[in-house]
Design a protein around this ligand. Structure first.
Ligand SMILES: *Cc1c(COP(=O)(O)O)cnc(C)c1O
Length: 359
């Protein structure tokens, strides 16, 4: 049976990216060795890193003065590397959910942390906006935001004009739409949501913000180490970087982030419209902040007892990964770049069929 992969992460990758990765595992560039057994210093691997960096810069239109590096440790390690490298006295955090809270917790070990806004009282169903819901403190070292809240299905679609550097966790919406990188001091994320298998983290950082804190930074946690080493200070996740490159080539060939945005809007509208028009299902996030990557919905009160049955029914039709995070309950369909609109339609067909039989 055809599977429709709505996993939140690790998640769907383009089929051709997986096939080319499989080929490289067997024989990398017809060289007689697997990519799993070559040195990261091999002369046919340096061009992989170089092209991945170049495609990051090209696809996201990254201005001069920024570096792109690939690290290990996931987005979760960035939660501590960010304050290590940038927090001298005080940092501002917007609390939009689980990941934002985890980032904030780490920063507290390094200095004063101000929670400038939070949607916790509404179970993170919306995203506070700068200028409207909060003011950015001009005396903080940086403002930290999470652009897409993977668990609660909310997303911030506009780049912020800020007097201080904006540092954004874009783990789950990077490459899903155009962004103005010049408005950010740093952008980071685990690659396993929209780009590559788990095990590689991307960091886009403005060079002139580095080296300003007075504390000692351990070598491996200092962004400058990895910039100077071209992401090869130590052994990088070779296979993951290669798969990321294949994804980036795919992205470019498809028409880049503009085209991804168009497709993602179409997919999200299709699914949200079906939810809004349903007798049985209802969305959890505030409409204007609904994520185009993670669509969260639940059963209406009177059908709540049917939730498990729906998961079983959908699973029998090939749907994978639609159970909601335990903090939200219900269902979550992650509809990342590589997910075809046909899979969204298959899920809607499933919802309609279940509703007809049970409502
Ligand atoms: C998944 C996720 C993380 C955690 O990523 P790891 O790579 O597992 O550390 C952090 N932030 C967001 C927004 C995420 O979606």
């Amino acid at each position: 049976m055809k599977k429709h992969n709505f996993n939140a992460g690790p998640s769907i990758l383009p089929r051709e990216v997986i096939e080319k990765t499989a080929q490289a595992v067997l024989d990398f560039e017809n060289d007689g060795l697997s990519i799993l057994e070559i040195s990261h210093r091999a002369k046919n691997f340096q061009p992989i890193v170089d092209e991945a960096v170049a495609l990051f810069k090209e696809i996201l239109n990254i201005p001069e003065g920024y570096s792109v590096i690939f690290l290990g440790g996931g987005a979760s390690l960035e939660f501590c590397m960010v304050p290590f490298n940038f927090l001298e006295k005080k940092a501002a955090y917007v609390n939009t959910g689980v990941w934002a809270k985890k980032a904030m917790k780490e920063a507290k070990g390094f200095g004063e942390v101000v929670e400038v806004a939070s949607s916790a009282n509404d179970n993170f169903t919306w995203v506070p906006k700068a200028g409207k819901d909060y003011q950015i403190p001009a005396d903080a070292d940086y403002l930290h935001i999470t652009t897409n809240n993977t668990i609660f299905g909310t997303e911030l679609f506009s780049d912020i004009d800020s007097p201080i550097p904006v540092i954004a966790d874009m783990s789950s919406d990077i490459f899903s739409r155009p962004i103005d990188v010049s408005k950010y001091g740093m952008i980071y994320g685990g690659a396993q949501k929209n780009l590559a298998p788990a095990g590689v983290t991307f960091v886009i950082v403005k060079n002139d913000l580095l080296g300003k804190v007075s504390r000692y930074i351990p070598t491996m946690l200092d962004y400058r180490t990895h910039i100077d080493g071209g992401s090869m200070f130590n052994t990088p996740p070779v296979l993951q970087i290669y798969t990321a490159l294949l994804s980036l080539r795919w992205l470019k060939a498809q028409g880049g982030v503009k085209e991804m945005e168009k497709r993602n809007i179409a997919k999200a509208e299709l699914l949200y419209n079906a939810i809004d028009n349903s007798k049985m299902f209802v969305g959890t996030a505030r409409k204007e902040d609904r994520s185009r990557m993670n669509v969260c919905f639940v059963m209406k009160e009177q059908y709540a007892h049917l939730a498990d049955d729906f998961i079983k029914f959908a699973t029998s039709k090939g749907m994978v990964g639609i159970k909601g995070h335990r903090l939200v309950g219900g269902f979550r369909a992650s509809i990342y770049n590589a997910l075809p609109i046909e899979s969204v339609q298959a899920l809607i067909d499933c919802m309609n069929e279940f509703e007809k039989a049970n409502a």
